[in-house]
Write a protein that binds this ligand. Structure first.
Ligand code: HEC
Length: 139
């Protein structure tokens, strides 16, 4: 009987085993590329936030290399570190965003029309340029 109980105890799942080393570690969130939102990539009307998260998020969401670099730049300019996230910026114009995306800037590689169609870029540029925000969109 006691042997049976010991065997039963050994078979019971040990919670620590789930986190045991040796397996493939979970990817940090910024390495998980957001899914491409549904719809025709060549047509306007798709959710611009979702397009941004898919096309730009792996560098420009929290922890991304674009965010890290821009956060450092913002702090050097005595601006709040939270401005390292493009989505928090209030000084971006649509034309500026489009120029950076198609031409690249510093460590950011130019994004082609395969990476991001013109319809997608228009949506993302408008999304980043208009910032309602808590203070009513003031720069
Ligand atoms: C491969 C990573 C990567 C991707 C993808 C990427 N960016 Fe960037 N982005 C960067 C980096 C890094 C910088 C900072 C460049 C520098 O100053 O050296 C940057 C800078 C920028 C800037 C300039 C901000 C400023 O203050 O001048 C804009 C605007 C921008 N990105 C928009 C976008 C948009 C919109 C997308 C998606 C279409 C995108 N980026 C995709 C890495 C990326």
């Amino acid at each position: 009987m006691s042997r049976f109980l010991i065997a039963l105890a050994l078979l019971a799942p040990i919670p620590a085993m789930a986190a045991a080393p040796g397996g493939v570690p979970e990817l940090p969130p910024y390495q998980m590329r957001a899914a491409q939102p549904a719809g025709d990539r060549l047509q306007p009307g798709r959710d611009p936030k979702a397009v941004f998260e898919h096309s730009c998020g792996y560098c420009h969401l929290a922890g991304g290399m674009g965010t890290n670099l821009l956060t450092k730049q913002m702090m050097m300019m005595k601006r709040p570190p939270s401005d390292g996230l493009l989505a928090n910026r209030r000084d971006l114009t649509a034309d500026y965003v489009k120029a950076v995306v198609r031409g690249g800037k510093g460590a950011m590689p130019a994004q082609t029309r395969v990476d991001l169609t013109d319809a997608e870029l228009n949506a993302v540029a408008a999304y980043l340029a208009q910032k309602p925000g808590p203070k009513g969109g003031k720069k």
